[in-house]
Design a protein around this ligand. Structure first.
Ligand code: FES
Length: 87
């Protein structure tokens, strides 16, 4: 599990091993755009303010992945304890 902090509201949410960030946002009534839910379309790409990413999508370029400033909420995760997202 890891923590996701939403920078615009200061809300912190826990993401369990068997759920995605998108699942957790939805369960908490937070709207985030999505479509494929498979890391392919890029609809859910969100800016990352802090934290290390475990990219599991096939949408971002290697360059974007390495920069670590964006992620696909539907499949990618934290590689650490916490992410701060621009949401
Ligand atoms: Fe398509 Fe996340 S919803 S990449």
């Amino acid at each position: 599990a890891f923590e996701v902090e939403l920078a615009r509201t200061g809300v912190s949410l826990q993401v369990g091993a068997d759920e995605t960030i998108l699942d957790v946002l939805d369960a908490n009534g937070i709207d985030a755009a999505f479509s494929c839910e498979q890391g392919v379309c890029g609809t859910c790409v969100t800016d990352v303010i802090a934290g290390t990413l475990d990219h599991r999508d096939s949408f971002l370029s290697d360059k974007q992945r390495a920069a670590g400033k964006q992620m696909c909420l539907c499949v990618s995760r934290a590689n650490g304890d916490k992410l701060v997202l621009d949401l």
